[in-house]
Design a protein around this ligand. Structure first.
Ligand SMILES: *[C@@H]1O[C@H](CO)[C@@H](O)[C@H](O)[C@H]1NC(C)=O
Ligand SMILES: *[C@@H]1O[C@H](CO)[C@@H](O)[C@H](O)[C@H]1NC(C)=O
Length: 415
C-alpha cells in the first residue's frame, strides 16, 4: 500500500506544470466546452525562436544553434556570447551551460526582466551563456529520420537525456570555446547531471556545477494531490496515456485534469502551489509569460521512469519491468543504479534547495547530501532557503539577491 501511494505521488510530477494552465484559464479543463482535436491549446507556440523572443528584444546578441545527438535528435541551443553592453573588456569569457527541467524548455531562464533572469545576469557578469533545450521540447522536436508524430520519436527517458543530449551539447560547447564549462541545472536538469557525473562522464569538460532544486531521490515528494491522483491512476500510467508523447496541452492530460478538478477536495485555482509547493516570490506577469511558452511535451516513458524513482527510492536506469527485458537491455536482470557516491570528491558543487519545495523535498535532498558526505570540504557549498519552493529558483523576483549572486561567486571561486 505504501509502495502504491508512493508511486501515485509521482503522478503529481506530471501535473506540476500542466496545472498552471488552469490557473490562467480554468474553464477549458473544467467546463463542458468541446476540446479541439489539438487539445487544450491556450495560445499558439511562440512564432519566434528563443533568441528572438527572450534575448535580442533586450538588446543582447544571441545565436540559434542546432546540435545533433548520437541517436539523431536535433537540439536547439542558444548562445548569448556577451552582456548587453558588449564584451566589457572581458577576454575569454567562461562558458556556462543552463539546463532546464522537465515539461519546460530553455525559455524558462528568460522569463523575468533582464535584471532578474539568470541567463542575462550571467551574460552581464562576464560569462558566455549557453542554453540547452532537451529532446521533445518545442524547438527540439526534430530528428534526422524520426517523425515527432510517431511513437518511436518518444522512446526515451531521462537516461537518454543524460547519456545523449547532455554529452552532445557539452561536447559542442567545449569544442566551440576550448574551455571547461560551468553548469547550472534546475530540477530534472540536476538529475541528469548527477547521473552523468556518477558514471564519471562529462566531469572532464565541466569546471563546476550549480544545482537548483535538486532532484535525485524522490521518495519524500509530498503534494496534497497524491491521494487523489492515486484514485484515478490504478496501475500503469501508460494505460492512460499510451507510450508516446506526453503533451500537457493534449486531450488525455486535459481529460485527466478535468476529472481531478471535479473533485471538491482539489482547488484547481491553486494547483501550482499544491504541486510545486508554495512559491514565495513569483511575479504574476512572469507567470503569464511562462504560460505562453510552457508547458512543453516530454515522453510518457520519462514519467514512468520518474515514477520508478519515487517507488524504488533508488536512482537507477529505466526498469523494463521483467528480468528478460532488463537482461536484453542491460545484460543484467535489474537496471543498473547511478551511485552518486561515485561523484569525485573534489568536483566543485553548489546545491541550493527550498524549504517549501514539495518536488525537491528537503528529506530527499538530505539523502542526496548523505551520498556526498565524503565530498572534500570547500568543494561542496549548500544553501537552504526556507521560503523557496520549486519555481522560485528560476522565476522568483528575489532570486538574483538570494541565489544567483551566490552562483556567480561560486563560479568565480572555481575558475
Ligand atoms: C513584474 O513584472 C512586470 C512586467 O515584466 C514588471 O513591470 C514588474 O516590475 C515586476 N515586478 C517585480 C516585483 O519584479
Ligand atoms: C556506492 O558507492 C560507494 C563507494 O563508492 C559504496 O560504498 C556503496 O556501497 C555504493 N552503493 C551502492 C548502493 O552500491
Amino acid at each position: 500500500m505504501l509502495v502504491v501511494s508512493k508511486l501515485m505521488k509521482t503522478i503529481n510530477l506530471l501535473l506540476w506544470v500542466c496545472v498552471v494552465l488552469l490557473i490562467q484559464q480554468p474553464n477549458p479543463a473544467l467546463g463542458s466546452r468541446k476540446l479541439s482535436s489539438d487539445g487544450l491549446i491556450i495560445t499558439n507556440p511562440p512564432p519566434l525562436g528563443i533568441c528572438a523572443s527572450g534575448v535580442i528584444i533586450y538588446g543582447y546578441k544571441c545565436q540559434e544553434i542546432d546540435v545533433t545527438t548520437e541517436d539523431g535528435y536535433i537540439l536547439s541551443v542558444q548562445r548569448i556570447p556577451e552582456g548587453r553592453n558588449g564584451d566589457g573588456g572581458v577576454k575569454n569569457r567562461q562558458p556556462v551551460l543552463l539546463q532546464h527541467g522537465v515539461l519546460v524548455d530553455g525559455m524558462t531562464w528568460l522569463l523575468n526582466s533582464p535584471e532578474q533572469s539568470l541567463a542575462l545576469i550571467l551574460a552581464d557578469n562576464g560569462f558566455d551563456v549557453w542554453i540547452a533545450n532537451t529532446r521533445g521540447t518545442s524547438f527540439s522536436r526534430r530528428h534526422v529520420s524520426l517523425d515527432p508524430d510517431s511513437p518511436e520519436f518518444w522512446d526515451w527517458t531521462w537516461d537518454e537525456i543524460a547519456s545523449r543530449d547532455l554529452p552532445a551539447i557539452i561536447a559542442f560547447v567545449f569544442q566551440q570555446t576550448s574551455q571547461k564549462i560551468h553548469y547550472v541545472g534546475h530540477s530534472l536538469g540536476t538529475l541528469i547531471a548527477l547521473a552523468s557525473f556518477s558514471e564519471g562522464k562529462q566531469i572532464d569538460k565541466i569546471k563546476s556545477a550549480a544545482l537548483l532544486s535538486p532532484i535525485a531521490y524522490l521518495s519524500h515528494m509530498t503534494t496534497p494531490l497524491g491521494v487523489l491522483a492515486a484514485k484515478y491512476f490504478v496501475g500503469e500510467i501508460t494505460v492512460v496515456f499510451g507510450l508516446a508523447e506526453f503533451n500537457p496541452k493534449g486531450d488525455e492530460v486535459g481529460r485527466f485534469l478535468k476529472v481531478l478538478c471535479a473533485d471538491p477536495k482539489v482547488d484547481c485555482y491553486d494547483l501550482m502551489s499544491a504541486i510545486t509547493g508554495k512559491n514565495c516570490c513569483l511575479n504574476a506577469s512572469t507567470v503569464d509569460i511562462f504560460l505562453r511558452n510552457e508547458p512543453q511535451s516530454t515522453s510518457t516513458k520519462n514519467f514512468v521512469h520518474l515514477a520508478q524513482t519515487v517507488r524504488d527510492g533508488v536512482l537507477a536506469k529505466y526498469d523494463y519491468g521483467t528480468r528478460a527485458f532488463n537482461v536484453e537491455h542491460y545484460g543484467v536482470p535489474k537496471p543498473p543504479i547511478y551511485n552518486l557516491s561515485n561523484i569525485p570528491n573534489d568536483f566543485p558543487l553548489f546545491i541550493t534547495y527550498g524549504g517549501q519545495d514539495s518536488l525537491s523535498d528537503p528529506n530527499d535532498v538530505a539523502t542526496l547530501l548523505d551520498d556526498l558526505k565524503l565530498h572534500d570540504e570547500g568543494k561542496l557549498s549548500v544553501q537552504y532557503i526556507k521560503d523557496y519552493a520549486h519555481a522560485d529558483f528560476i522565476m522568483g523576483v528575489t532570486a538574483k539577491d538570494v541565489v544567483y549572486d551566490k552562483i556567480i561567486s561560486f563560479f568565480h571561486r572555481n575558475q
